[in-house]
Design a protein around this ligand. Structure first.
Ligand code: SF4
Ligand code: SF4
Length: 307
């Protein structure tokens, strides 16, 4: 019991500290890095705790219209990555059968999901199979003002929140805010690193990293479970590393232990047990040398953006 209390106090203190650190200490300093990595580590007891319901993300598009340097979904290295809506529906239906139609959260993401001409159907399908649980659409916002009346009504009727990940590009935020107000849709902003900056977890080609240590200090662990073609991966890195490897030919190995096949399991508990544990692929991440405060820029498709 004492131990339990200690852990919670520690999580609370480091959680608070992480928020304060982000606001007052410049990202590119050693102090920021030290405090950030320790905050993530101390919060890992909470973040990596086995949950009672599933949180996962699913790409609607693997490619993107922004092409940011170092994109951690490797969307920059993918062209015309349209997700097949029939495969998506089959997979969502399967997870719904396993979970009784209840989830904690589903994030419809990419790449840029608004590039998909069938985006409205993806939204409708998601809510059709998950009557209970939060559903959000994550977008860079570039195409938001081009969306139709039908799109906004679908977000509203399906209770889908829209999150914008802001980048230093021209966007008419005022007009976007007016539009979401007209349709009474919830809009929020999602910052991965600081404003206008990126974080990078360099890839370690040797694959000699300490799996458990990386997992505990990684902000993606247990929080970026990714659905792709009937499989739930521990995070987006092994799920989409094939785009990186097709381009740079580094020979990363994704094993059957890096994902769980949703058609092989019999209960959602098997999935929940899997997603809170480290995966072999964590050995390829150099979390100790994570970089912060990287200025946003358009990718030149150079390997240095990811290592
Ligand atoms: S907007 Fe997001 S998904 Fe698109 S390239 Fe940039 S980081 Fe990747
Ligand atoms: S593979 Fe593991 S260490 Fe690497 S980003 Fe994913 S969760 Fe983090």
């Amino acid at each position: 019991m004492n131990n339990m209390k200690k852990i919670n106090v520690r999580e609370f203190v480091w959680g608070r500290l992480r928020g304060v650190v982000g606001r007052i200490i410049p990202e590119r300093t050693k102090l920021y890095k030290f405090l950030y990595l320790n905050a993530v580590k101390f919060q890992s007891t909470k973040r990596n705790r086995r949950q009672n319901s599933l949180t996962f993300q699913a790409h609607i598009m693997d490619s993107c219209n922004l092409n940011c340097a170092g994109c951690n979904n490797f969307s920059t290295l993918c062209e015309n990555g349209f997700v097949d809506i029939e495969v998506f529906e089959k997979d969502i239906n399967r997870i719904s059968q396993l979970s009784g139609g209840k989830i904690n959260k589903l994030l419809l993401t990419g790449g840029e999901p608004l590039l998909h001409p069938e985006i409205i159907k993806f939204i409708d399908i998601s809510r059709k199979y998950f009557v209970e649980g939060e559903i959000s659409l994550i977008t860079n916002g570039v195409l938001l003002l081009r969306q139709t009346d039908e799109f906004w009504k679908s977000c509203k009727n399906n209770n889908v929140k829209v999150y914008i990940t802001p980048y230093p590009i021209k966007l008419n935020y005022e007009e976007i805010a007016k539009t979401v107000n007209i349709y009474n849709v919830v809009l929020e902003y999602f910052y991965e690193g600081g404003k206008n900056t990126f974080r990078k977890i360099p890839l370690n080609f040797m694959g000699c990293g300490d799996i458990l240590k990386n997992f505990k200090r990684c902000p993606h662990s247990s929080s970026c479970v990714s659905l792709r073609d009937g499989k739930l991966y521990g995070c987006q890195v092994p799920a989409y590393i094939d785009y990186f490897d097709n381009y740079f030919k580094q020979g990363f190995k994704v094993s059957e232990k890096d994902y769980i096949d949703i058609y092989d399991v019999k209960t959602v508990d098997e999935i929940l047990d899997f997603v809170c544990k480290p995966i072999p692929f964590c050995r390829y991440c150099d979390v100790d040398n994570m970089e912060f405060g990287i200025k946003w820029k358009v990718s030149k498709k150079e390997i240095s953006e990811w290592i």
